[in-house]
Design a protein around this ligand. Structure first.
Ligand code: DX5
Ligand code: ZN
Length: 216
């Protein structure tokens, strides 16, 4: 099975968002990565429901929603009313993670847990069989266009080992600073899903860059 590519809309042109969504519709992208930020869990504020309503209406690709908000369990229902393939919440932001994960799953989406660069993958040990996808942050969440943190390669390897040992079907997503230079090593180390913002939307040929990430 080939790897999954999820372009992060945070790097799109918000003055002309429809163009970028139509471009994705006509590309090899698998999902559309949607970064929601609350100015509390992360220092930045991105966008909320009215923008996602619009993306959801136009997009032919399912949404991969990454909540960088405190107490995300308050909004699970709101984010599952879309064509939501994945709903990801942060381990560091949610007190009753197990309960929230199961709420997402029973409502029909893949349940994702994201961890910040400082969080050891061992913290996922007890829930790895409950979740569908881990989002390993390879930058500190809050902004697009940041530099990839090299230690993420080791984290992918370490997490892959846990997944295999526990016989889990959980996928590994890597988010932040992903580009053609680090993608191959990430896939070789066990990543299944590549999120990319700047590498896709700030390039001359976004569709070509999507294919390049899919074909490595
Ligand atoms: C960071 C976001 C990422 C970001 C990726 O907080 O979660 O999804 O948009 O953008 P790039 O690929 O430019 O680092
Ligand atoms: Zn993200």
């Amino acid at each position: 099975m080939s790897n999954i590519v999820s372009p992060s809309i945070l790097s799109a042109d918000f003055g002309n968002l429809a163009n970028d969504i139509l471009m994705l519709n006509d590309s090899n992208a698998d999902w559309v990565h949607i970064d929601v930020m609350d100015g509390q869990f992360v220092p930045n504020i991105s966008f909320g429901m009215p923008v996602i309503d619009y993306i959801d209406t136009l997009s032919k690709k399912p949404l991969d929603i990454h909540l960088m908000i405190s107490k995300p369990e308050r909004y699970i229902e709101n984010f599952l009313k879309y064509n939501t393939k994945v709903l990801t919440i942060h381990l560091e932001a949610c007190r009753h993670l197990h309960r929230a994960i199961h709420e997402i799953k029973t409502k029909g989406a893949m349940a994702g847990v994201a961890i910040n660069p400082h969080t050891d993958v061992n913290h996922l040990d007890e829930i790895i069989n409950d979740i569908d996808i881990v989002c390993l942050m390879s930058v500190n969440p809050g902004f697009s266009g940041q530099k990839f943190i090299e230690n993420s390669f080791n984290k992918v390897k370490k997490l892959k080992k846990i997944i295999q040992e526990k016989k889990s079907n959980c996928k590994i997503q890597v988010d932040g600073g992903v580009n053609i230079k680090n993608a191959k090593k990430l896939i070789n180390n066990g990543a299944d899903v590549l999120v990319a913002g700047n590498f896709i939307f700030k390039s001359e040929n976004p569709r070509k860059n999507i294919i390049s990430l899919k074909e490595i």
